[in-house]
Design a protein around this ligand. Structure first.
Ligand code: DLL
Length: 447
């Protein structure tokens, strides 16, 4: 831990009680909820009924938690194919909220909440913020985007439920974010890690020392980020940076959260049942092994989700956490099974490139991977921003940095790729999720 981190509030919030349940009690609650949820999904959603009938599986077959494995999987395409409301299990009159996520391709997916679902969502977000050291009395700047994206309203309800003061600033207008942070005595911020990096950078340009402000916690999620990025942000802003995880299809943010240990994310298992499967065979992975996270909602009313394949790669940590929470943890998500690309026969994940870059001093955590196809051959260009100090340095210093980066990437990927050092600010900043990969391989080129 860095020495300039300001002291964290450490208050137990009553909403966090289920985080500490004895295993037996938790499993009892999970089974009861599972049985009700499966019956509801079967009775109200034709796709689930049809898939369960095909597998000769009935709601009454859910006799113990491991019976989840008898249920069919659900994938993103199922939400697209039933667009917009085909998976709803509630009457539209009982749906109080819709959210949507556009993703990278095709139609958006639409999700629904009853009033009870919003309460559950608030509950898991209160527990998330509490696990991140926030409490009543905190002044929380919510810079997640408000709107159809679940980040803004999810964190908003959580912060209010916690009894904190929420500033619903949404993403963007970075200078104003910094002004608010200074003038309103902000103690915690919620946003994507890449947007916080941008705030850090802009504060530096404006001559604002974030370390001298009361802000002490960052509640960051919605995209992968590394421990190196965490160390950089914690040092630059004098905060503790926590990782939170969630997805629209399941509820939004509030599926899992780090605690003060910053060592894996506790899954709110009383509402979301996690499994890890091999993404190729769909067979369960033995405890502790890496695979795709599959989630089943246990209490969602408007849109229950059965064995949803998240595509996120992680593993379950079964050892108890020193924080005392009994709910299990997942390891930080660095990659998705579907963001892998293949260059000259080698499988590459953007997170591997990031890890290699951040291990080399002199670069900023702003980078982009551009894929092109030249004369039928795939090319990969890693564009990396270099600190201003480096750029004004001698050419030889830049050359040496370039060589170190090329070898670091080659060492990690087993592949030599083009590395371009670019000036600070060349790579577009994001207010929400950063776009790290630009794939131009299927665009027409002149050659
Ligand atoms: O990103 C919900 C969210 C909002 C989570 C705010 C955390 C904070 P979607 O837009 O549906 O929902 O994107 C979900 O984002 O399947 C992961 O691939 C990725 N993701 C979310 N959180 C993390 C994280 C929101 N902490 C998809 N680490 C997920 C890595 C994450 N990836």
């Amino acid at each position: 831990m860095t020495t300039n981190v300001k002291p964290a509030a450490c208050v137990f919030h009553p909403a966090s009680t289920p985080d500490f349940l004895p295993a037996e009690q938790l499993q009892h609650l999970q089974l009861e909820r599972l049985q009700n949820m499966v019956a509801r999904a079967y009775n109200h959603v034709s796709l689930f009924r049809q898939r369960m009938d095909e597998r000769k599986c009935k709601p009454q077959d859910m006799k113990c938690l491991s019976d989840v494995a008898r249920l069919p999987f659900t994938v993103k395409a199922d939400l697209r194919d039933t667009y917009p409301f085909g998976l709803f299990a509630s009457d539209m009159r009982d749906v109080v909220r819709l959210h949507a996520s556009s993703g990278t391709t095709g139609k958006p997916i639409v999700v629904a909440y009853t009033a009870e679902d919003v309460q559950v969502w608030t509950n898991v977000m209160v527990r998330t913020l509490a696990a991140c050291g926030c409490a009543e009395g905190d002044i929380i700047q919510n810079a997640y985007g408000y709107g159809l994206f679940t980040g803004g309203l999810g964190a908003h309800y959580g912060a209010e439920g916690l009894g904190a003061t929420v500033i619903p600033i949404s993403g963007g207008n970075t200078d104003r974010q910094i002004m608010v942070m200074q003038d309103f005595g902000v103690t915690a911020i919620c946003c994507t890690p890449s947007y916080f990096l941008h705030i850090v950078e802009r504060a530096g340009e404006m001559g604002v020392d974030l370390k001298a402000l009361p802000i002490r916690a960052g509640v960051f999620g919605a995209e992968p980020w590394s421990d190196a990025m965490r160390a950089y942000m914690e040092k630059a802003a004098g905060i503790k940076a926590y990782d939170i995880y969630g997805l629209t299809e399941i509820i939004g943010p509030g599926v899992a959260s780090e605690c003060r240990e910053q060592s894996g994310l506790h899954v709110f298992e009383d509402y979301f049942y996690p499994e890890i499967v091999n993404p190729q065979t769909l067979e369960p992975v033995p405890d502790g092994g890496e695979g795709e996270l599959v989630l089943t909602t246990l209490a969602k009313k408007a849109m229950p989700m059965i064995r949803y394949r998240t595509r996120d790669i992680t593993s379950l940590i079964t050892e108890p956490c020193p924080c005392g929470r009994t709910i299990r943890r997942i390891r930080r998500i660095g990659r998705r099974s579907d963001d892998m690309f293949i260059i000259r026969g080698i499988n590459v994940f953007p997170s591997q490139v990031e890890a290699a870059l951040l291990a080399v001093e002199g670069t900023l955590p702003h980078y982009q991977i551009v894929l092109t196809r030249q004369k039928g051959l795939d090319e990969m260009d890693v564009q990396v921003e270099v600190t201003a100090a480096f750029f004004s340095d001698k050419v030889s210093a830049l050359e040496s940095l370039h060589d170190r980066l090329s070898s670091a990437i080659e060492h990690t990927l087993g592949l030599r790729v083009k590395v371009s050092l670019v000036e600070p600010h060349t790579i577009e900043r994001s207010m929400g999720k950063a776009k790290r990969l630009i794939d131009r391989r299927n665009e027409k080129t002149e050659a």
